[in-house]
Write a protein that binds this ligand. Structure first.
Ligand SMILES: Cc1cc2nc3c(=O)[nH]c(=O)nc-3n(C[C@H](O)[C@H](O)[C@H](O)COP(=O)(O)OP(=O)(O)OC[C@H]3O[C@@H](n4cnc5c(N)ncnc54)[C@H](O)[C@@H]3O)c2cc1C
Length: 435
């Protein structure tokens, strides 16, 4: 039986907690928030497959709503890449989703410590031996055989690991998205077609906005790539006003949410395990880089992590935990590298370039949904890319880098060592980071 500590009640950490406790380990989750405050004040998109992949029962259908049709729009609004209603998508209130995962964890015998802040990892040489927490104003040292870092993008555990661990402490600004999200009153009940419109470089801002018209509210997200600076209230007001001009049903009263947040839009970090430590979810860069979706990936990773730990006989060393990183990468992470490169290109280009990419069918529905499965680009696509993509090389130096690495992505990704060996892993990390 191992003593397992989980920093942060993130999705992947809670899924891992359920399976590890069911397997007989002593599991404790340390969460800084109050139980009633956990989860965001909005709905999120995921799929039932997230629960199946995570090996936990699907929640009651009464707390799951159906998805709606989506459309991706270019800045000039000349192209709408429609994506028909995804039968597999379910929409859940984030607070209900977290409450559901907490209930499963509790039923499995996981100890839940709320209002307890993870402050830093407890280190012994090159190993993590536990966690320093602040509880009721006092600093305590908690010891563990394994510390699972599920504390999100700015995890104080990952950010305080020594550089020698090879786990990045900081996130590249091009992999963070500053957002505002709020539900505004729908004053007429009107719904647009498609109801969910995602706009690239909306209102001339380097970022992505969306508007989802529901009959009683309009869900607005205003986003900006963080390398372009902080998202200001003026920019939010301007974006909302632009939406109101095309959709008069958008009222000014906020009926839910209304907060600034940061979303990681990154591929898996090059290292997510160390002796006595494993990161999961946003803390490990497990998102769909173009839209920041991370719930499904995080929950799936939690299951892979638990399976790996349950198969470990002795200590949770980096070598013993490596199959977790390998499995996650092979099943999910590698398919997202391409989309990460495209996203990075997005952070360099101008709105006019996005217009070109979409009008010339270089940026397609298939690319935009790459996170939903393996990417199968046709010969026709590459021919089109060769003929129409050339002007982009002159326009954007970053495009050259992007297109230059395309042929190597698959080779580098598939070269991830199956078994841990310090030298081979170091070599692979170098090649992965160069993509
Ligand atoms: C506006 C917005 C919309 C999104 N929409 C979607 C969507 O539709 N679909 C989707 O799949 N994803 C969506 N995401 C992304 C999604 O929120 C994350 O990818 C997902 O939550 C996975 O993150 P996580 O569980 O690892 O971490 P988090 O959800 O960030 O959870 C981390 C937990 O750790 C706790 N914590 C943090 N620091 C400490 C500390 N020091 N001590 C103790 N506890 C700590 C936090 O309180 C929190 O409970 C959205 C994100 C945002 C911001």
């Amino acid at each position: 039986m191992k003593q397992i500590l989980i920093a942060g009640a993130g999705h992947g950490g809670l899924v891992a907690a359920v399976h590890l406790a069911n397997a007989g380990h002593r599991v404790r989750v340390v969460e800084k928030g109050k139980r009633a405050d956990l989860g965001h004040d909005w709905h999120d998109w995921l799929e039932y497959a997230a629960f199946d992949g995570a090996g936990i029962p699907r929640p009651d259908a009464s707390i799951c709503l159906k998805g709606v049709a989506q459309g991706f729009r270019n800045p000039k609004a000349t192209v709408m890449l429609r994506h028909s209603f995804n039968q597999k998508a379910v929409i859940m209130d984030r607070k209900e989703l977290i409450a559901y995962l907490l209930k499963l964890a509790e039923e499995a015998g996981v100890a839940l410590d709320f209002e307890t802040e993870a402050v830093a990892p407890l280190l012994c040489g090159s190993a993590v031996e536990g966690l320093i927490v602040r509880q009721n104003g006092a600093l305590l040292e908690l010891h563990s055989d394994l510390l699972i870092d599920s504390a999100g993008l700015y995890s104080p555990v990952r950010t305080k690991l020594p550089a020698s661990f090879g786990i990045p402490n900081t996130i590249n600004p091009r992999s963070v998205f500053h957002v505002w999200r709020a539900y505004y009153e729908n004053t007429t009940g009107e719904r647009r077609d498609p109801p969910y419109i995602i706009d690239f470089f909306h209102n001339n801002r380097p970022g992505i906005d969306w508007s989802i018209t529901e009959s009683d509210y309009v869900d607005i997200l205003v986003g900006k790539f963080s390398q372009a600076g902080e998202l200001t209230e003026d920019e939010v007001d301007a974006a909302v006003a632009a939406y109101r001009a095309e959709c008069p049903c958008l009222g000014s009263k906020i009926v839910r949410g209304g907060s600034f947040e940061d979303i990681p839009i990154s591929r898996m970090l090059p290292m997510i395990v160390a002796d006595g430590y494993a990161a999961v979810g946003d803390s490990a860069g497990m998102t769909v880089p173009l839209n920041g979706s991370g719930i499904i990936l995080s929950m799936n990773a939690g299951k892979i992590l638990a399976d790996t730990v349950n198969a470990i006989d002795g200590a949770c060393t980096k070598k013993a935990l490596w199959p977790y990183e390998y499995e996650y990468f092979m099943r999910h992470g590698k398919d997202l590298v391409m989309i990460d490169i495209i996203k990075t290109l997005f952070t360099y280009v101008k709105g006019a370039d996005i217009d070109y990419l979409m009008e010339k069918k270089i940026l397609t529905n298939e690319l935009l949904h790459v996170g939903n499965g393996p990417l199968n680009l046709t010969a026709e696509y590459f021919l089109n890319l060769l003929t129409t993509g050339l002007p982009l090389l002159k326009l954007v130096p970053a495009a050259a880098k992007c297109f230059k690495t395309l042929p190597f992505i698959s080779r580098v990704c598939n070269a991830i060592p199956k078994d841990y060996d310090e030298e081979s892993v170091k070599k692979w990390v170098k090649r992965y980071q160069a993509l």
